[in-house]
Design a protein around this ligand. Structure first.
Ligand SMILES: CCCCCCCCCCCCCCCCCCCCCC(=O)SCCNC(=O)CCNC(=O)[C@H](O)C(C)(C)COP(=O)(O)OP(=O)(O)OC[C@H]1O[C@@H](n2cnc3c(N)ncnc32)[C@H](O)[C@@H]1OP(=O)(O)O
Ligand SMILES: Cc1cc2nc3c(=O)[nH]c(=O)nc-3n(C[C@H](O)[C@H](O)[C@H](O)COP(=O)(O)OP(=O)(O)OC[C@H]3O[C@@H](n4cnc5c(N)ncnc54)[C@H](O)[C@@H]3O)c2cc1C
Length: 697
């Protein structure tokens, strides 16, 4: 969809290209030099991170093909209007889908192409929530009926849970599904303004169907929210079905390619078979068959799946931001240290290195956490299919808290990376503003981060109470089952070198998490007028202790992140799947990541007297030493993520470092540059400038 550039503009571009070539030699050379400085093979690490050589090569092939395919082109990505972005991204998702079907490609391939094209559109919720809900909450018959047309794109679905009045508080949803036993139908209705469905992705203009979360009403009795499939639009002409009012909710902070929508229903009738019936059912006569107690929260399973996926995705997104900013900081030169000397690469300033190499560490931590979270979710699915739900509470607590920590880290990290790129980071052509705007909603959707931390806190407080009453505590909260031992522990560091072992940072984070759990419980108890039990997770006492509860949950998840980073390296060491140089550099990065968390949480550790001021200072000394040791590895570490230029679409993050030429080249396709005079000349500028006779200048 590239726009024509007028002839004058084309001519003017030619000499500028020649100019750029002269100045571009330095950045290109700088990046090449940086690659030589790394002590390890970034290719070996790339294969490890991305599931092997074959997958990396396959992804590169897809990137090559997509970059040359019109529906996946990114040439205009930063210049689209909202309407163009919507159409382009939808075309792109459909293109990927059709390519998958016609070439019989796997879902893994589809996921790869979706990640590379990075053009979220009207199909996101169809793939991400509509089909998963049918798969996890529909019975065998419902799956057989709905999944084939979904896969053939004969219907396109979305997930309609949130309403104008309620997103967080699912139990407060107002939409009703009242059963009419005479016709064996449910009557779906939006009884109030605030019951209007609001936000579902793809609902605005794309979806034909939706999974609608509505209160099940049987014989006047309210059984709370359940999932129903409702047809929104005619399959013949895409017009709204009778009783349905539907549309786009308007412009957002970013994510313009997705048509988030609103929808109201006026007594819309659907067959009984459209209620998702794997766990709870309604008989033809209108009796309710509840889910077995073990699966009481089964209807929340889709949220679990998506939260696990959000954790997986966070490392990928943060690694993109880190790649762009590290490569740019390695070629950007600013301020000569002395007369006649070359200006320094900005990555050589400790403050820049601290931010960026810190982000690289966080990106690796989130990446490894994402792989582990996916594996855990898959184990849960296998158990669930056998009727085993014992891991659900731990998985819910972990996926909630980690969704919050990983998305918070990633959203803040993209902005920190952008700031490290100075003025050019503010240009859309850097890729960072769009990355931020289309990512930051992850801290809100699929459960606001604070609300999700409170779910983790609830689990931890229950684990603490269980441990205190002598019951066994397993899983990630096992340390709360040995509370006294944990509270008696103290820092063993004798100098900065001791902090070079990440096990010490892990001990610090575990102690901090335990202390914060105790203080969270004490705050709640104090607010409950000293009553210890039963624990109540709503009401005034709970509400006046949520700052402590959130701090506790965040500390727990930070400990889990470091533990997972360390476990991943240990497993690779045991399996011999990484060479010593790669293990050495990742070991230092892991330690740096842990020490960054210790430094950020040092107030809690000093307050708890777990460590002394001298030990805290020694941790800082070790952190700065690691920063200096990792500085030459920075470009190698981001290269290892394996992002192709097509995936990044960034003038600053290019693999060859030719950033200034790229900025100029990309700017020339701006629609404002289509003519020399610009779009305002005739109608706006000329009348003003020509009001009086032309001045003699
Ligand atoms: C292109 C081609 C491609 C090719 C192919 C490529 C293939 C690609 C394939 C991959 C593509 C992927 C793409 C993804 C994109 C998706 C985008 C996402 C968009 C986001 C959408 C949304 O944004 S969609 C709405 C989400 N909206 C929420 O997220 C509401 C939050 N609000 C709550 O989530 C609850 O409302 C809240 C607060 C818990 C309280 O709920 P409540 O009051 O009922 O519950 P209580 O707090 O009372 O808790 C009572 C007991 O339930 C337990 N429990 C609670 N939740 C539980 C749960 N989930 N699981 C288990 N247990 C749970 C709890 O632990 C307690 O347990 P216990 O009693 O034992 O302690
Ligand atoms: C881009 C985008 C896409 C979305 N897509 C979909 C979709 O496809 N389908 C869908 O159904 N929904 C979708 N949503 C909705 C999303 O899931 C909700 O916005 C989200 O769950 C937060 O709920 P809320 O908006 O009601 O926030 P609120 O609950 O109103 O939150 C406001 C503030 O109150 C705080 N708060 C609220 N409750 C509590 C509590 N109990 N304890 C402590 N603090 C609390 C929160 O921390 C927050 O700071 C989407 C949202 C966005 C932004």
């Amino acid at each position: 969809m590239s726009r024509p550039v007028d002839e004058r503009t084309r001519q003017l571009q030619a000499p500028s290209t020649a100019l750029v070539t002269k100045h571009a030699e330095d950045p290109v050379q700088d990046l090449a030099n940086e690659r030589k400085r790394a002590s390890f093979s970034s290719q070996e690490l790339c294969y490890f991170l991305n599931g092997g050589k074959e997958k990396v090569e396959r992804r590169a092939q897809f990137a090559e093909v997509l970059s040359k395919t019109s529906w996946a082109s990114k040439e205009q990505q930063y210049f689209h209007t909202r309407e163009e972005e919507y159409v382009h991204n939808l075309r792109c998702s459909l293109g990927i889908w059709q390519k998958m079907t016609s070439e019989k490609l796997s879902m893994d391939d589809g996921l790869m192409m979706r990640t590379l094209a990075d053009s979220p559109g009207g199909l996101e919720l169809h793939i991400g929530m509509f089909m998963p809900t049918i798969m996890s909450q529909g019975d065998a018959e419902q799956q057989a009926k709905w999944i084939p047309p979904c896969l053939n794109l004969q219907i396109i679905g979305t997930y309609a849970q949130t309403e104008l009045g309620h997103g967080t508080f699912v139990r407060g949803l107002e939409t009703t599904a009242t059963y009419d036993s005479a016709s064996q139908e449910f009557i779906l209705h939006s009884p109030t303004l605030t019951s209007t469905k609001w936000w579902p992705g793809g609902m605005g203009k794309t979806a034909t169907h939706a999974v609608v979360m509505a209160r099940l009403i049987l014989g006047g009795k309210d059984h709370g929210p359940h999932a129903f499939i409702v047809q929104l639009r005619s399959l013949a002409d895409h017009m709204p079905m009778p009783g349905i009012t539907v549309g786009d909710i308007g412009p957002k902070f970013g994510f313009g390619g997705v048509d988030n929508g609103f929808m109201r229903m006026d007594h819309v009738r659907i067959p009984r078979a459209n209620m998702m019936s794997r766990f709870s059912k309604v008989t033809p006569e209108g009796s309710y068959v509840p889910p077995p107690p073990a699966n009481a929260k089964a209807s929340y399973a889709t949220m679990l799946f998506v939260r696990a996926d959000i954790v997986r995705n966070s490392g990928g997104v943060l690694s993109k931001a880190a790649t762009i900013a590290v490569r740019y900081a390695a070629v950007r030169r600013q301020t000569a240290p002395g007369p006649g000397q070359r200006e320094l690469q900005v990555l050589d300033y400790q403050n820049v290195a601290n931010t960026l190499i810190g982000l690289v560490g966080s990106a690796y931590a989130c990446w490894f956490m994402g792989l582990e979270m996916q594996a855990r979710y898959q184990r849960f699915e296998a158990d669930r299919d056998k009727g085993v739900f014992s891991d659900l509470p731990e998985l819910h607590a972990l996926s909630s808290g980690l969704k919050a920590t990983c998305t918070g880290t990633t959203a803040d990290g993209i902005e920190a990376a952008r700031r490290c790129c100075g003025g050019h980071g503010y240009s859309a052509l850097s890729g960072l503003p769009r990355l931020f705007a289309s990512y930051v909603q992850n801290v809100t959707w699929e459960g606001d981060n604070n609300v999700l931390y409170l779910q983790t806190a609830r689990y931890l407080l229950k684990a603490l109470a269980a441990g205190q009453s002598g019951k066994p505590v397993g899983g990630s909260a096992a340390y709360l089952g040995q509370l006294q031992q944990e509270l008696r522990s103290s820092c063993s560091a004798r100098g900065a070198d001791c902090w070079g072992n990440p096990a010490l940072a892990l001990a610090a984070l575990r102690h901090r998490a335990a202390r914060l759990a105790v203080s969270g419980a004490a705050t709640l108890q104090a607010a409950s007028s000293g009553a210890r039990a039963p624990l109540k997770f709503e009401g005034p006492a709970w509400n006046s202790s949520t700052v402590s509860q959130i701090a506790m949950a965040k500390a727990h998840t930070e400990m889990v992140l470091l533990q997972t980073f360390m476990d991943t390296l240990q497993q690779a060491r045991d399996a011999g799947s990484l060479s010593p140089p790669v293990l050495a550099v990742l070991g230092r990065l892991c330690c740096l990541f842990g020490l960054g968390l210790v430094e950020a949480g040092s107030g809690d550790l000093l307050e708890a007297r777990w460590m002394t001021g001298e030990q805290a200072a020694a941790a800082r000394t070790q952190h700065r030493a690691l920063l200096a040791a990792l500085r030459p590895e920075a470009v190698g570490l981001v290269d290892a993520f394996g992002w192709e230029d097509y995936a990044l679409n960034s003038a600053l993050g290019r693999q060859d470092g030719d950033v200034y030429k790229a900025l100029l080249d990309m700017a020339t396709v701006s629609p404002l540059n289509r003519t020399q005079q610009g779009p305002a000349w005739e109608s706006v500028l000329k009348p003003v400038l020509h009001r009086k006779p032309l001045p003699k200048l």
